[in-house]
Design a protein around this ligand. Structure first.
Ligand SMILES: [Zn+2]
Length: 464
């Protein structure tokens, strides 16, 4: 009794301090999208049929990444938007060795994405093909065929593994544009009778909203077939896309045509910068906003808001995928990826990683706010694989590289990167991953499931 009382008093004190610090942090990083999600209010009842599914993927966002982001941004006793989802489970993420059913315990984003996109396990590097290279229909393709409106949003190149698995099928994740496909995926190359590179296939699949980086691949020329000699971007326009290359163009794009956003040659710029870890650590410090970020690029939360607005309008006015005659009243499927949580883990950049995770959490807040207005929406938040960063005792010397940050609690937090002896060559890990959901049928993520079960959860939710 006494012990409990002491703990709860202390928790309150920490919580009050955190609230003040969190406000400061929010102001520095931009307007808070939605601080008001709480206690599951507004979530639909468990058994209803959802109309919409929003899947938010923090690439490389395991429990360690969620915890360090929480500590840094809102304090140990604070709660992120992604913490408020009422149903939580864990899923296994393992891949398969190529051509076999033998587990490869540490997955990459291509095999893991293929797992929830198609319901089938595959080998590392595979983009929605099975372990023998055979194409598999994806959740987005199936949703679109059934009349749903669809969206695919990432801070990475749109050809990067996680956005690519929804709308393309190649034997290697490296086949982002026509030139790489000729060299590395000859069976997929269009001159050999294949469906073409990831870029070309995404244009053909044509989600209603496709936003991210990777413009350099869209500027490559198609080498054979109907669009030979044209750029992939030209092909996209011929497929009906309007193209935005800045945040302003994205915001101003009219609803009449599907929207392709290509906001950077490669991945989008990082939100934050900070100390580089060393073998002996760093002084404790706060992260800084990345002053070198191109201000014409949209933030993930801005892309998410535009995607939700557009998909919501399409599915309400009957002008969506099948509904030119007004008959289409289907909802939508949207995937949103915070890609550089992973990429900055690889680079051993704690502020880069946490800044991306904070921005990702803003996108989660927008999805939850949409759900409050539209309770027949299933929102799922998860990662795709474990990663390298670990919270270790401050002052300890690890086998890897450490840096110390000052958190919202005004306390030091030391993060270690030790899955490779090369500073910027850190590796994924094979741990299970948190999967959380709210809304109708959210309970399906509870317990321990397999990553491929998420495909079934989303398919059942959309009645596919
Ligand atoms: Zn990775």
């Amino acid at each position: 009794m006494t012990a409990n009382k002491r703990v709860s008093t202390r928790a309150k004190a920490v919580g009050a301090g955190v609230a003040a610090l969190a406000l400061i942090g929010t102001a520095a990083a931009g307007a808070s999208p939605l601080a008001s999600n709480g206690n599951g209010k507004g979530y639909g009842k468990g058994g209803q049929q959802p109309r919409n599914v929003i899947l938010l993927i923090g690439d490389g966002m395991g429990d360690s990444e969620i915890t360090s982001t929480r500590n840094y941004q809102v304090g140990a006793n604070g709660r992120l938007n992604l913490d408020t989802l009422p149903s939580t489970g864990a899923y296994t993420t393992y891949a398969l060795q190529k051509g076999t059913n033998v587990p490869d315990y540490v997955t990459d984003s291509a095999a893991s994405g293929t797992g929830w996109a198609t319901g089938t396990k595959t080998y590392n590097g595979a983009i929605s093909v099975d372990t023998n290279g055979k194409p598999l229909p994806t959740i987005l393709e199936r949703a679109k065929a059934a009349g749903y409106n669809t969206g695919d949003v990432s801070t990475a190149e749109i050809q990067d593994a996680t956005p690519a698995v929804l709308g393309s099928h190649v034997t290697s994740r490296d086949c982002k544009g026509p030139s790489a496909t000729t060299a590395k995926c000859p069976s997929n190359a269009i001159e050999n009778g294949g469906a073409g590179s990831i870029s070309e296939q995404l244009m053909m699949t044509r989600p209603d909203v496709l936003l991210g980086g990777g413009k350099k691949y869209l500027d490559e020329r198609v080498v054979a077939g109907k669009y030979a000699g044209q750029t992939v971007l030209d092909q996209g326009r011929a497929q009906g896309y309007q193209v935005a290359t800045t945040a302003a163009e994205m915001q101003a794009a009219p609803l009449g045509k599907p929207l392709l956003g290509a906001f950077a040659p490669g991945n989008l710029d990082l939100e934050w910068t900070g100390p580089t870890p060393t073998r002996t650590g760093t002084p404790a410090q706060r992260c800084a906003v990345n002053a070198k970020r191109n201000p014409a690029q949209p933030h993930l939360s801005q892309m998410t808001r535009v995607a939700l607005d557009r998909l919501n309008s399409l599915s309400r006015d009957g002008k969506g995928a099948k509904g030119r005659g007004g008959a289409d009243k289907k909802g939508f499927f949207l995937q949103v990826e915070g890609a550089s949580i992973d990429k900055q883990n690889h680079a051993a950049n704690p502020c880069g990683q946490i800044g991306e995770n904070v921005e990702f959490d803003k996108a989660v807040g927008l999805a939850l706010n949409y759900q409050k207005q539209n309770p027949n929406t299933l929102v799922i938040v998860t990662g795709d694989h474990g990663h390298t960063s670990q919270i270790v005792p401050t002052g300890s010397t690890t086998a890897g590289y450490t840096a110390t940050l000052t958190t919202a609690d005004n306390a030091p937090m030391t993060i270690s990167y030790a899955t490779s002896d090369v500073l910027t060559g850190q590796e994924h890990t094979g741990t299970q991953i948190r999967v959380a959901a709210g809304g109708p049928q959210a309970g399906r993520v509870s317990g321990v499931t397999n990553q491929t079960d998420l495909f079934t959860t989303m398919s059942l939710a959309l009645g596919l």
